[in-house]
Design a protein. Structure first.
Length: 147
């Protein structure tokens, strides 16, 4: 698939989360190591306060980028249902800037290791001009439950 084709995939078809808790707007890129998503931040986002996304929103966006990756693999590569995942750990998280409503952020994860249903990924969240606003590692544990 090309990056343009990834943008056409309905994001809700890849995620176990549903409205109003969807913190990813589009899948932008997928390969075995790297996945990136976009989030168009709106005023009515659950994680916006006083026109800015709060830190927990950035964490959830990072987790849902990991979930988007697994959803894409399950649906388009393995042709099975979407697994539910859980945040197992967050390490070395640094938040440099909180984005504002109206902005679009790009979140990229790079898989560092994957085994026995656990994925360790390093995530980077950037503004559309490339400015890094947050980064850190997240461990995701996959459940056998599917949606």
């Amino acid at each position: 698939m090309t990056d343009q084709e990834f943008l056409q995939i309905p994001i809700r078809s890849l995620l176990p989360q549903q409205d109003p808790f969807v913190m990813v707007s589009q899948l932008q890129h997928y390969d075995e190591i790297r996945t990136s998503t976009l989030l168009h931040i709106t005023d009515d986002n659950l994680f916006c306060r006083n026109g800015k996304m709060v830190a927990s929103g950035l964490i959830e966006n990072l987790a849902q980028t990991c979930a988007t990756r697994i959803g894409y693999i399950n649906k388009y590569i393995l042709h099975k249902d979407i697994n539910i995942g859980y945040i197992g750990a967050i390490r070395d998280l640094k938040i440099y800037h909180l984005p504002e409503a109206g902005q679009t952020i790009e979140t990229s994860i790079e898989v560092l290791s994957e085994s026995f249903g656990l994925t360790l990924a390093h995530g980077t969240i950037c503004l559309s001009d490339g400015t890094v606003i947050a980064e850190g590692e997240m461990k995701i544990a996959l459940s056998e439950k599917t949606v």
